[in-house]
Design a protein around this ligand. Structure first.
Ligand SMILES: Nc1ncnc2c1ncn2[C@@H]1O[C@H](COP(=O)(O)OP(=O)(O)O)[C@@H](O)[C@H]1O
Ligand SMILES: [Mg+2]
Length: 263
C-alpha cells in the first residue's frame, strides 16, 4: 500500500467494519426502529436518499441479531419478482423450491410458520433497493405477510429503498400494503457538525498523524456533499489524494474545490 500521510489504513472506504461506524443520530434511530420492528415481527419501511446509510444500518442490524433467536435473510435485487423471492427464501433457508410458483408460495408459508412455531425463531427478511420493484412485486408483499387467514405474521419484513418508494406505495391499489406498515423511518443526511465529527472519526480510526483538513475544507465538504456519507467519503478521499499529489500536509479548501470541479 502506498504511504498515505502515514495512516494505518485507508479511510472513507465502503468496506468499513461495523464496529468502526460513525453513530450519527439518523443511524442510531434507523437501527433502534429496525431492532424494535424485528423484535415485534413487524413490517417496516426504511427509506432515505442514496448514500445516506440505509444498507449500512441494515448491515449493523444483521450483525447484532442473535442466531439463537433469529434467522436472517438479506436480498438486494432490484429486479426481484415474486417468483425469485420465494425461490431465494426457500433456498437460503435450506429447502428445494418447487417448480411451480404457487407450490413455492405454499412452501414459503409452511417454512415461515415452521421456523416460528417449531424452531422458535423469528425469520427476518430484508429487501433492499425496493424502490426499483415492479408493482407486481410490491403487490406480492401482501401475500408475503399473510398467514393463517391474515391473523398473524411469523416474520419481520423490512423493505429498504429511496424516498420515492414511499410515494410508490401511496397509490390507490397499493393502499392495502401501505396500511400494513407498522414502523417507518426516513434516514437523513449528517448535519454540518456531524459531518465534521464523521470525518474526524474516520481519520482517527486509521490513526491519521495530525489534523488533515482545514476548517474551510470541512465547510466546503459539507456544502458540496450535503452531509450524505457516501458523498462525504468521495470528497474526502479525492481531496486527500489531491493534497498528497501537491505535496501538502493538509487538505485545503482549494483541494476540495478542485475535486468538485472535476466531478
Ligand atoms: N454510520 C456510518 N459510518 C460510517 N460510514 C458510513 C455510515 N453510514 C454510511 N457510511 C458510508 O456511506 C456509504 C454509503 O452508505 P450506504 O449504507 O451504502 O447508503 P445507502 O444504502 O443509503 O445508499 C457506505 O459505503 C459507508 O462507507
Ligand atoms: Mg443501499
Amino acid at each position: 500500500m502506498i504511504d498515505f500521510f502515514g495512516m494505518k489504513g485507508v479511510p472513507f472506504t465502503r468496506e468499513i467494519a461495523t464496529h468502526q461506524l460513525f453513530d450519527s443520530s439518523s443511524h442510531q434511530e434507523a437501527f433502534a426502529r429496525m431492532e424494535y420492528a424485528v423484535k415485534n415481527r413487524m413490517f417496516c419501511l426504511l427509506t432515505g436518499d442514496a448514500g445516506t446509510g440505509k444498507s449500512t444500518a441494515v448491515r449493523v442490524l444483521a450483525e447484532q441479531l442473535d442466531p439463537i433467536q433469529y434467522r436472517y435473510l438479506y436480498i438486494c435485487d432490484s429486479g426481484l419478482t415474486p417468483k425469485l423471492f420465494y425461490r431465494e427464501v426457500l433456498q437460503c433457508f435450506g429447502i428445494k423450491p418447487a417448480f411451480r410458483a404457487t407450490d413455492a408460495k405454499r412452501q414459503y408459508q409452511a417454512l415461515m410458520l415452521d421456523i416460528y412455531e417449531n424452531e422458535k425463531k423469528t425469520p427476518v427478511i430484508i429487501l433492499d433497493e425496493a424502490h426499483h420493484f415492479t408493482e407486481s412485486m410490491l403487490q406480492e408483499l401482501r401475500f408475503i405477510l399473510n398467514f393463517k387467514g391474515d391473523s398473524m405474521s411469523p416474520l419481520a419484513l423490512i423493505i429498504v429503498g429511496q424516498p420515492s418508494l414511499r410515494n410508490q406505495l401511496k397509490v390507490k391499489h397499493l393502499e392495502a400494503i401501505e396500511q400494513r406498515i407498522q414502523m417507518r423511518y426516513q434516514m437523513v443526511a449528517l448535519t454540518e457538525s456531524e459531518t465534521t465529527s464523521y470525518i474526524q472519526y474516520q481519520l482517527k480510526a486509521v490513526e491519521a498523524p495530525h489534523e488533515m483538513f482545514s476548517e474551510e475544507a470541512f465547510q466546503a465538504i459539507y456544502q458540496y456533499s450535503k452531509g450524505i456519507p457516501r458523498k462525504v467519503n468521495t470528497f474526502c478521499s479525492s481531496s486527500l489524494m489531491d493534497a498528497r499529489l501537491q505535496g501538502k500536509k493538509i487538505v485545503e479548501k482549494s483541494n476540495v474545490d478542485r475535486v468538485m470541479n472535476e466531478m
